[in-house]
Design a protein around this ligand. Structure first.
Ligand code: PHE
Ligand code: ZN
Length: 882
């Protein structure tokens, strides 16, 4: 076991920093063996700090200290002490300059945090606490400093030298070296610092801001990837324009750079004016990238750009406030994506992620509020809760306040706090002040973990012409929070009559006249039980509830089948139409689970409903595709407990086969009608068409006639874009089509020089539900294209297998649990962040059948027994065993 247990850090212990750093001057001498970092920090005592001794404590990890001076005088050994991750200096003046020289070894840095090398280039990743791996510093977001950065390196290997802000010097030096100096006029915390040095090519463009300033835009990539930058550039310009229009936010420097790197722990990073991206989130072209990939690039480019205001100009006081920037920015990028493409599809995708991954997190051992009270390792808190639930909380504010007051609130927030490091409370306060609404109870969303459950019942009284909705709310206990108070939940509702949605009048007050049709209302659910009475209701309606998924809650309403079919057919809210189909799908799969294999017969009314969808040309094709896909295994595992992984899978397959058989001809017609030879565009109409066609293909491959079986091979051989090619490959491989081995081989031959495509190839094989996949995954780990040091490859092969291929991950002998434990142990030595993320599927052991539970716990215990675990893995394993 480790000698010192990692320490827990608490929000309640927050104190202002004792010192501030007004100016940070850095000089990097990059070389092949090691890098020397010189820093000159202009420090002064923080006037708001609590009185205390004249001592300075700086953060620093794995640094070799070469020199330390205060105001030009060496700091004597006895005045300084290095312990663990800190450097203490005693007897410092109230204002002084600290000069420090450290040596670091980026070449050996496999954690991909701090300064490291990726495919021959130097790059940095400093969020959350990576800067301390570069030099001694006050590495906390409430210390904001003006940075000047000098970079020196060999010209031939590193012709491009970048940092934040504006280029002020570029010159040749002796011995084939050169140097650049960068100055960022905006004070920023160290986590937003970035440096890049490498042999990179670039695509350039420019953007004129609303006030007429010209901004140079550059995307830096390896030369071979120059043809994959157009989509990111277009997305960037769209995002810049959108943020001006929707939030009144203008870009603030004359240059904006994006750099693509192969080895990156996350998607991308919003460093001031020098965003660093995982190649998977910036490169795209039709031949190598799927529609989903194109959409991801658009969303992530926008997300990082939007951080320039929500994150950089206004940043976080401490890491407990992470959702302040992430929740808000995810909300902003979701709004952007819905404006760019299909709003309902975007909403359904976001809700699906929330209801699977986030609800599971909220019900598991790592459950935390969007503003956590404590953590051991902040890297473990870049979670779906902080990001996606955080975005839902901002979205609820938008729903409660309405678009105009929400905009007033965001304007006030940016104006009040520009240049500051603030808290979630400051954000809510700005919304409150700008709108005049009392958000007192709403604040519980920031402090309470867990997913509230709403039980709703409807009662129609024909005599009084009233319809009453009774709403109960209840939130289950989570670790450290046994009791929960009722929350303020916006519940958007409509009442559907025979001829459409009814005009609403609540206790005599008509629906908000500003809503276009008076047929939807947002109910303020604030008590554990509440009644809402609608008057002048002349017929018994079907309630349409939680429209647009107006709050991140679970909803129970005892709908009849007839009502669900009606909602699915005619609700004007796209989300509710889709959700009704999910409820029917869950019911169907439950029934298939209890019926024995031969006696199960698919429900005729479901078949009819699907047939109607497939035959109606007026519908949004992307929504038809989403509706036809049955609830995912991940979602079923959320609603059917304890989770019988194999039972769920078999039942879901039985339903899919039955649907495919009953709908074969309409599916075939749909497949043919949506096959087109138009030139590829990553735009909503075409994406929708491909999505519907490939959904039909997946069903048709379950029919064993020759015509159906021929489709995937023909599509694989003829397709011109990666969306169609990969769908065909998946259909061939996952159904063990006779052509699948050759298809896999050909696919690899064609794309072996495109790492992102090879990752897709790994993933298709890792997610194959057929038996024996664990062995395939192990074999593929020995494939020359696999590299355990590259996070994208780890995620594509090991991550996809463990998190998505549930039947194989949960194979009954527990071999896959042990496999994952072994990978986690190995990865923890090189990259703790990736190790800790990978192990998440094991932490959910409490949900499964008793046999599986024991084996999963065994695997966790075997990790726990490793001496010197990282704090990342230690926190996740120990909390999940508690
Ligand atoms: N701040 C990044 C984002 O969401 C995510 C990130 C976190 C990247 C930590 C790297 C390290 O936009
Ligand atoms: Zn972010």
């Amino acid at each position: 076991m480790r000698d010192a247990q990692p320490r827990t850090i608490y929000l309640k212990d927050y104190r202002e920093p004792d010192y501030l750093i007004d100016r940070t001057q850095l000089r990097f001498e990059l070389a092949e063996e090691s890098t020397v970092v010189d820093s000159v920090l202009t420090l002064r005592r923080n006037p708001n700090a609590e009185p205390g001794p004249a001592e300075l404590t700086l953060h620093g990890t794995e640094l070799e200290l070469l020199a330390l001076e205060i105001d030009g005088q060496p700091v004597a050994q006895e005045r300084r002490r290095i312990s663990g991750e800190t450097l203490h200096i005693e007897g410092v003046p109230d204002a002084f300059t600290l000069s420090c020289r450290t040596q670091i070894r980026p070449q050996e840095n496999t954690s991909l945090e701090g300064l490291y090398k990726s495919s021959g280039m130097f790059c940095t990743q400093c969020e959350a606490e990576g800067f301390r791996k570069i030099t001694y510093y006050l590495d906390r977001p409430d210390v904001m400093s003006e940075f000047e950065v000098e970079i020196v390196a060999e010209r031939s290997r590193y012709p491009v030298l970048l940092s934040n802000g504006n280029l002020t010097v570029a010159e040749e030096l002796e011995d084939g070296r050169h140097r650049t100096v960068w100055h960022d006029p905006f004070p920023k915390p160290a986590y937003l610092f970035a440096l890049v040095a490498g042999d990179l090519s670039r695509v350039s463009d420019c953007f004129t801001t609303c006030s007429g300033r010209e901004v140079d835009l550059h995307i830096y990539v390896e030369d071979k990837d120059l043809d994959k930058c157009d989509h990111a550039m277009t997305s960037l310009k769209n995002a810049m324009r959108w943020d001006e229009k929707v939030y009144g936010r203008e870009y603030d420097l004359d240059i904006f750079n994006i750099v693509a790197v192969d080895d990156f722990n996350m998607g991308a990073m919003e460093n001031k004016s020098l965003n660093i991206f995982n190649t998977s989130c910036v490169l795209a072209k039709p031949e190598t990238t799927t529609d989903l990939g194109f959409q991801r690039v658009e969303g992530v480019v926008a997300h990082e750009y939007f951080h320039n205001w929500s994150g950089n100009r206004v940043t976080c006081r401490d890491w407990f406030q992470l959702s302040l920037k992430e929740g808000f920015t995810v909300f902003r990028d979701a709004q952007f994506s819905s404006d760019m493409g299909s709003a309902t599809v975007k909403r359904v995708e976001d809700v699906s992620l929330l209801r699977t991954a986030q609800f599971a997190e909220d019900a598991g051992p790592m459950a935390h509020p969007i503003r956590p009270d404590s953590f051991i390792e902040i890297s473990n808190f870049y979670t779906v809760t902080i990001y996606e639930k955080g975005a839902e909380v901002v979205r609820m504010l938008h729903t409660l306040l309405g678009p105009e007051d929400f905009r007033r609130g965001s304007d006030l927030y940016f104006e009040r706090h520009d240049g500051q490091a603030v808290t979630c409370e400051d954000f809510v306060k700005a919304m409150e002040d700008a709108s005049g609404r009392d958000l007192g109870q709403f604040r519980l969303w920031y402090s309470q973990a867990g997913t509230p459950r709403l039980k709703v019942a409807g009662y129609y009284d024909a005599d009084s012409e009233t319809y009453t909705l009774t709403v109960q709310q209840q939130c289950p206990p989570t670790p450290g929070q046994a009791e929960k108070a009722p929350m303020h939940i916006p519940l958007a509702v409509a009442l559907l009559g025979e001829a459409g949605a009814l005009r609403l009048e609540l206790d005599g007050t008509p629906a908000d006249p500003e809503t276009s049709d008076n047929t939807q209302m947002v109910l303020d659910v604030t008590e554990s039980e509440q009644r809402f009475v609608f008057n002048n209701i002349k017929e018994e309606p079907v309630p349409s509830l939680l429209r647009g998924f107006s709050a991140p809650v679970k909803l129970d309403y005892d709908y009849s089948r007839q009502q669900l079919l009606r909602l699915m057919r005619s609700d004007s809210d796209g989300f509710c139409r889709w959700d009704a189909s999910q409820v029917l799908g869950v019911a169907e799969i439950r029934r298939a689970m209890t019926a024995d294999a031969d006696s199960y017969q698919v429900s005729e009314d479901l078949v009819d409903a699907f047939r109607a969808l497939l035959s109606d040309d007026s519908l949004d094709k992307a929504m038809v595709a989403l509706t036809l896909q049955l609830p995912s295994e991940a979602y079923l595992a959320e609603v059917i407990e304890p989770v019988d992984v194999h039972g769920i899978y078999r039942a879901r397959e039985a339903v899919r086969y039955a649907l495919a058989e009953s709908l074969r001809d309409v599916l075939m017609a749909c497949y043919r009608a949506n096959t087109s030879d138009e030139v590829y565009r990553p735009e909503a109409d075409q994406i929708a068409q491909r999505s519907l066609k490939n959904t039909a293909l997946a069903y048709l491959m379950l029919c064993d006639d020759d015509e159906c079986q021929g489709l995937a091979k023909a599509q694989f051989d003829s397709s011109q874009n990666m969306t169609d090619r990969l769908s065909a490959l998946t259909a061939l491989v996952h159904n063990l089509h006779p052509y699948h081995t050759e298809a896999l081989w050909r696919f690899y031959q064609d794309w072996q020089h495109e790492p992102l495509v090879v990752n897709q190839w790994f993933q298709v094989q890792a997610t194959n539900r057929q038996p024996g996949t664990l062995e395939t995954v192990k074999e593929l780990m020995a494939h020359p294209a696999f590299d355990i040091r590259n996070p994208n490859k780890v995620r594509a092969l090991i991550g996809a297998f463990c998190a998505q291929n549930t039947v194989n991950f949960h194979q009954s002998d527990g071999a896959a649990y042990q496999f994952l434990a072994d990978q986690v142990k190995q990865l923890d030595r090189s990259n703790p962040q990736i190790a800790s993320r990978l192990l998440v599927p094991l932490t959910k052991w409490r949900k499964y059948l008793p046999g599986a539970q024991t084996l999963m716990k065994d695997a966790l215990n075997s990790i726990m027994a490793v001496p010197e675990l990282s704090s990342d893995v230690f926190e996740v394993v120990s909390k999940s065993l508690q």
